[in-house]
Design a protein around this ligand. Structure first.
Ligand SMILES: [Zn+2]
Ligand SMILES: [Zn+2]
Length: 450
């Protein structure tokens, strides 16, 4: 029997005998497992054939640059896949010497596990790479031990986990080499960011292990999915959640007292806009104002969004008069003192929006009646909102009122035709608020209950 018919028989044996629709659940599971065994068995056959083809130098005869390129073209697969098959074949097949004798495979235990269909070719690739990464002396004296350890683990864990075990072994046997690698990784660190033509910022980075783990540790809680209060799943994509988490991270950094100062000021977002435009910039009228300008990137931003940004009492908008000279619109009028923020947190939590369960980062102190239209900076005109709900309130027609000292949210007709008011603030269970409490740099001791 030729190797090829062997593989075909194995594949045929994996097929459920009857139509998949009529087979039982147990048969289905067994069928999926059997198919995987058949794929692995067929792969072992292919490795054998690839090793023999390389021994014969077929790739050169066919005009290919290398064995890997030849296999890639022949099978129409990715370069990485072709490399895995060729490299594994070299290490698990018996080798013929120049004198026609047969030498045993370089990695016999891996070959054995492969032939039992107990591991996949990807597992074998991890073992090959793991052995190759060993330092010179270990490669001479400890290959057998390392290989059998990895081959045993390979039977129990997926390739990605196996790679971590291989790395651990390497770190134990070759601390100098591992240290050199880490230094090289640190040298290769890079982060680039640029403002694209459309005004969005594009970030691309490769961080060393240490920085990467810090980044992941900070990002994970801030970008975790948050189901809605009614159990509906978080509608944001993973990319949107990461972007929101990163935005929250930036807010936290800006609000910490340790950020370096630029010109004696914390590097808060600086926006310039003409006073009249800011006043006119109500999102729902056709009479839009001229846009504002983001100082750091020199890009435009709509008056509607400047109103939202400037609404937060912590942000310092640079409002200009008609001659583009800074206008003092009264910082004291819009800046909530620490005791007011503390009282808002006490009354509203991180976000007062009914049922809010989003990662808040730094909350925004929203003026119900905008300060630029004469709204006051006091408890009765303010409400704490997370970044997401601050946008919702500014961009859609939610109305907010204070009833009996607590915020009440009146949905727009598009959300609820009867516009039934919904209680907000701490009246609502907001499970996540406790998790993030420590992240908020604002003083937390309430000056007095409202
Ligand atoms: Zn606001
Ligand atoms: Zn919210």
């Amino acid at each position: 029997m030729t190797p090829l018919t062997n593989a075909q028989d194995a594949a045929a044996g994996a097929m459920p005998p009857q139509s998949v629709v009529s087979c039982s659940d147990a048969e289905l599971v067994a069928g999926i497992e059997a198919a995987e065994q058949a794929v692995r068995t067929a792969m072992v056959e292919q490795l054998r054939l690839i090793a023999e083809a390389e021994h014969r130098g077929l790739f050169a005869e066919h005009g290919a640059r290398s064995m890997i390129v030849w296999v890639r073209e022949l099978l129409n697969i990715d370069h990485g896949d072709a490399k895995t098959r060729v490299v594994v074949a070299r290490n698990v097949e018996d080798r013929a010497t120049l004198y026609g004798e047969t030498m045993p495979a370089e990695l016999p235990e891996t070959a054995q596990a492969l032939s039992e269909a107990a591991i996949s070719v990807e597992h074998a690739r991890v073992i090959v790479d793991g052995v190759r990464a060993l330092p010179e002396y270990a490669r001479c004296h400890m290959v057998g031990e390392v290989e059998s350890t990895l081959a045993a683990y390979a039977r129990e864990m997926p390739p990605r986990e196996l790679a971590k075990v291989a790395e651990r072994i390497r770190y134990l046997l070759d601390q100098d080499g591992a240290y050199r690698d880490e230094e090289a990784q640190h040298e290769a660190r890079e982060l680039h960011y640029t403002t694209a033509r459309d005004g969005m910022t594009v970030i691309k980075a490769r961080l060393d292990r240490e920085t990467g783990v810090k980044f992941a540790a900070l990002m994970q809680p801030l970008s975790a999915p948050r189901p809605e209060a009614d159990g509906e799943k978080d509608p944001r994509t993973a990319g949107q959640r990461n972007a929101d988490g990163f935005a929250a991270l930036l807010d936290l950094a800006l609000d910490s007292d340790q950020t370096p100062r630029v010109g004696g000021q914390r590097p808060h977002l600086t926006v310039t806009i003409d006073f009249a435009d800011l006043q006119r910039g109500l999102g729902f009228t056709t009479d839009h104002g001229m846009p504002g300008n983001l100082r750091a990137t020199d890009r435009s931003i709509t008056a509607e969004n400047v109103r939202r940004i400037a609404c937060d009492s912590e942000v310092l908008p640079m409002v200009l008069d008609g001659d583009s000279l800074p206008l003092d619109v009264g910082r004291s009028k819009r800046t909530a003192p620490a005791h007011l923020r503390a009282a808002l947190l006490q009354r509203d939590g991180v976000c007062a929006f009914p049922g809010c369960d989003r990662p808040p980062g730094t909350p925004d102190a929203h003026h119900i009646h905008h300060w630029i239209d004469g709204g006051t900076t006091e408890l009765s005109n303010m409400v704490m909102l997370c970044g997401h709900h601050h946008r919702v309130v500014h961009n859609t027609r939610w109305d907010i009122a204070i009833h009996n000292g607590r915020p009440v949210f009146i949905p727009p007709p598009t959300v609820d035709q009867r516009r039934k008011p919904r209680p907000g603030g701490q009246a609502q269970p907001a499970t996540h608020h406790h998790d993030f409490r420590d992240l908020i740099p604002t003083p937390r001791t309430p000056a007095g209950k409202p």
